[in-house]
Design a protein around this ligand. Structure first.
Ligand code: UD1
Length: 420
C-alpha cells in the first residue's frame, strides 16, 4: 500500500492546472448508456473512481479507451444489465448506472452500495422516484432488481431531500421515459447542470436547468444521439489547492478553473483574510497575513460544499480564534478530526459540529486517511506542520485527486509517495 511522506512547513509558488471534475465525469459516463453512438469526452480526470466506473461499463459490454484525458466510449454493445457487488462496493457512485440501464433495457440488477465511511448514504430516494415512474423494485440478496418491461413513464416527483446522484439518476431515467417528468427539489450542483446541458444538446427537451425544478420530455425508449463534450473543471480539487495556498501562506495560481463554481469557497477564504485575482479561467490566491477564524455550515450548492469541510477544518487549526464547523449532509464526516488531533490540532466535536481552537502549533506524525476529502485535509495540515508526516491509506486520495503529489511537488512541496 502506498503512503505519502510530507516535510513541513512548506512554502508553495507557481501555478497548477486543475483537472476535470470527477463528480461530473461519473454521471456523464453513465449517461452514454442512453446513446446509440460512440461518444468522446475530453478533460476526463484519470483517477481511480473513473477507472472503476469504466471497468463496470466494460463488464456490461461497453468498450472504452482513456488516454491523455480523452475518453472514447461505445455503449452500443452493452448486453448485460447486472452491476456486480465487487465493483459497486468500491464506489458508491456506481449506482448511477441504475437509471440509465433501467430506462434503456427495461430491467437491471444493481448491487446495493452499502454503507460507507462518511455515513449510511441510502438510495431510497432514487428507488422511490423510479417506482413513481412505474418501475417495480425489489431488493433481493443484496441487489436492487428493477423492472419496467413497458418502459418508464413520466411522473411528477418531489425529492424529499436534495440528492446529487439521485437527481442525476432520475434525470437520465426520465430522458428515455414515455412522456413528461417533472422533478422538484433537485440538486443544482454544477455537475448536475452539465449533465442536463449535455442531454439538452443531445436533443432532449429539458427545461429548468440550474434550478430546483426540472421538466424533461422523454424519448419513449429511443436511445439518443449524444454529443461529444468537455468535462467541467473540478471545483473541489480547485478548492483544495486554494486551501493549500492559504495553509502554507503562499501565493499560487490555479489554471483551468470555473471561478463562478467556487463562490462559496472563495467567499469563506476571503472572510479568513485571503485575497484573490480572478479571471475567467484562473484564480490567484494571496494568503492572509494572519488567518481569521470562520463559521461554516455545509449545505447543498450554491452553499458551502461538504466536500470542502475537511480541508477548511484543517485550515481553521491555523486561524486566530475559534472556528465553528457544522456538517449538515453526512452524519459521520468528522473522522479526520482525530487524525488532525494527532498532529496537535485542538478540536472539540459535539455531534455534527466541530469547534476548532486555532493557533496551536502542528507537528508531523503518522496519520491515516479515512475518506477521499479527509485525506486531502491531512495533506494540507502536514504541509503546515513542523517535521515529517506520513499519510497512510492514500488509496482514498487516488480515488479523486489526479497526480496530487506531482502537482504539489511542482508547486514546491516536499512530498513523496512511498510503499509501506
Ligand atoms: C454526491 C457527491 C459527493 C458529495 C455529495 C453531497 C458524487 C459522485 N458524489 O454524493 O462527493 O459529498 O453529493 O454534495 O457526485 N440521501 C438519502 N437518500 C437517498 C439519497 C441521499 O437520504 O436516496 C441523503 C444522504 O444520506 C445525504 C444527503 O441525502 O445525507 C445528500 O446525499 P447525496 O446528494 O445523494 O450525495 P451523493 O449523491 O451520494
Amino acid at each position: 500500500m502506498d503512503y505519502l511522506r510530507i516535510q513541513g512547513p512548506t512554502k508553495l509558488q507557481g501555478s497548477v492546472v486543475i483537472s476535470g471534475a470527477k463528480n461530473a465525469a461519473l454521471p456523464l459516463i453513465t449517461l452514454t448508456l442512453l446513446a446509440h453512438n460512440k461518444v468522446t469526452l475530453t478533460n476526463v480526470p484519470e483517477v481511480a473512481d473513473i477507472k472503476t466506473l469504466l471497468k463496470l461499463l466494460r463488464n456490461l459490454g461497453a468498450t472504452s479507451s482513456l488516454e491523455n484525458h480523452v475518453l472514447h466510449l461505445d455503449t452500443s454493445t452493452v448486453n448485460h444489465t447486472m452491476a456486480n457487488y465487487d465493483i459497486v462496493k468500491t464506489m458508491r457512485a456506481s449506482i448511477l448506472v441504475l437509471g440509465p440501464l433501467l430506462a434503456r433495457f427495461g430491467h437491471c440488477e444493481v448491487s446495493l452500495p452499502g454503507g460507507c465511511a462518511i455515513g449510511q448514504r441510502p438510495i431510497d430516494l432514487h428507488l422511490k422516484a423510479l417506482e413513481q415512474m412505474g418501475a417495480q423494485i425489489t431488493i433481493h440478496a443484496g441487489y436492487v432488481h428493477a423492472l419496467a418491461p413497458e418502459g418508464l413513464k413520466g411522473a411528477h416527483i418531489i425529492f424529499d431531500k436534495i440528492t446529487v446522484t439521485g437527481t442525476a439518476n432520475i434525470v437520465m431515467a426520465a430522458a428515455l421515459a414515455h412522456g413528461k417528468t417533472i422533478l422538484v427539489n433537485c440538486a443544482k450542483e454544477p455537475e448536475v447542470v452539465q449533465l442536463c446541458e449535455i442531454l439538452r444538446d443531445s436533443g432532449i427537451d429539458i427545461t429548468g436547468i440550474g434550478t430546483s425544478e426540472l421538466s424533461i420530455i422523454g424519448t419513449g425508449g429511443k436511445t439518443i444521439d449524444m454529443v461529444d463534450f468537455e468535462i467541467i473543471p473540478d471545483r473541489i480539487e480547485a478548492g483544495t489547492y486554494l486551501c493549500a495556498g492559504a495553509i502554507t501562506n503562499s501565493s499560487i495560481t490555479l489554471e483551468h478553473v470555473r471561478p463562478d463554481h467556487l463562490d462559496a469557497v472563495t467567499g469563506k477564504l476571503e472572510q479568513m483574510g485571503c485575497t484573490f485575482d480572478i479571471t475567467d479561467t484562473t484564480i490567484t490566491i494571496h494568503p492572509a497575513p494572519q488567518l481569521k477564524h470562520i463559521d461554516i455550515i455545509t449545505q447543498e450548492y450554491p452553499a458551502f460544499p461538504t466536500d470542502m469541510q475537511a480541508q477548511f477544518l484543517a485550515l481553521a487549526t491555523l486561524a486566530n480564534g475559534t472556528s465553528i464547523i457544522e456538517e449538515r449532509l453526512f452524519e459521520n464526516r468528522f473522522m479526520h478530526v482525530s487524525e488532525l488531533q494527532r498532529l496537535g490540532a485542538d478540536i472539540k466535536l459535539n455531534g455534527h459540529t466541530a469547534a476548532v481552537m486555532g493557533g496551536t502549533p502542528l507537528f508531523g506524525a503518522d496519520v491515516m486517511a479515512t475518506d477521499l476529502r479527509a485525506s486531502s485535509a491531512l495533506v494540507l495540515a502536514a504541509m503546515a506542520a513542523e517535521g515529517t508526516t506520513n499519510v497512510h491509506r492514500i488509496y482514498h486520495l487516488d480515488r479523486g485527486y489526479e497526480n496530487l503529489e506531482q502537482k504539489l511537488q511542482a508547486l514546491g512541496a516536499k512530498i513523496e509517495r512511498l510503499k509501506e
